[in-house]
Design a protein around this ligand. Structure first.
Ligand code: ADE
Length: 260
């Protein structure tokens, strides 16, 4: 999968891609990322990329012609999916990342800046608008990186341990159970005893039930019909079986479980 990123700030993108998991994924050719500088296609005597908006308003608008030139300079641009990062786009989530990784289609990400980009470019070239949340960033660069990283994590072989993204929060529509490492007792707080039992099946079941409880506590909106085997009775029983210390360590001591 190849991703082209059209941006006014190539270094912002480059610096992030040059480190950690993404750098490795790129070196190992699991994913290819090419950064295309919008500035190279600036127009006119002053080499501008933006102009004041017609009809007034704050900020500058990136010109359609500049974006078109930057886009069409990319090899096979017309066969690639063009995505504009914008707060007006479709909200991005775990499933979107999974789907994009599965589709394995070459994409071009357009990063806006200032007050946005000329609507006529969007209408002519953009296949999809994507937002990473209901807030406004100064540009699409962070959003583009969020997409690249969340999609890369889903590509087989990118994460060292092939299980790591299977157990991620959201992987099964739930948040992940809390994690602990050595020492077993820290600050007078003990790790839940089941995790020290060595009983893999019991641990897996414990993690699953805890994932439900943590999700009910922190993000009840995620528990809906698509979460396959949600059984409130079973979860209530599991909750009642936990020690007060284990409830406390998971921040669920005051969880109100009731069927509605
Ligand atoms: N550009 C500016 N704000 C954005 C957002 N919330 N999501 C994606 N791209 C953006």
């Amino acid at each position: 999968m190849k991703i082209n990123i059209i941006t006014l700030f190539p270094e912002l993108i480059r610096n992030y891609l040059n480190d950690a998991i993404l750098a490795k994924a790129i070196t190992q050719k699991k994913i290819e990322v090419e950064i295309n500088s919008m500035r190279d296609y600036a127009e006119g005597h002053y080499k501008s990329v933006d102009e004041m908006p017609f009809g007034g308003g704050d900020g500058m608008v990136i010109k359609a012609g500049v974006l078109e030139k930057a886009l069409l300079a990319i090899d096979n641009a017309k066969s690639k999916k063009v995505i504009y990062l914008s707060p007006q786009g479709k909200p991005w989530n775990h499933d979107s990342a999974k789907q994009m990784a599965k589709q394995n289609q070459d994409c071009i990400f357009i990063c806006g800046r200032y007050a946005g980009i000329d609507q006529r470019f969007i209408d002519k070239y953009v296949d999809e608008e994507i937002s990473i949340g209901d807030y406004v960033l100064s540009g699409g660069e962070l959003a583009a990186l969020v997409l690249v990283e969340s999609v890369s994590r889903m590509i087989p072989g990118v994460l060292g341990d092939s299980q790591s993204c299977v157990e991620d929060s959201f992987a099964d529509g739930l948040l992940e159970a809390p994690q602990f490492t050595r020492p077993q007792v820290w600050n007078e707080v003990s790790v839940p005893s089941v995790l020290m039992s060595g009983h893999h099946q019991k641990i897996a079941e414990w993690k699953k039930q805890c994932a439900y409880l943590v999700t009910l506590k922190k993000r009840p909106d995620l528990i809906h019909s698509s979460v396959a085997d949600f059984d409130l009775q079973k979860i209530s029983e599991f909750y009642d079986s936990l020690t007060a210390a284990d409830k406390k360590i998971m921040g669920i001591e005051d969880l109100a479980l009731r069927s509605e």
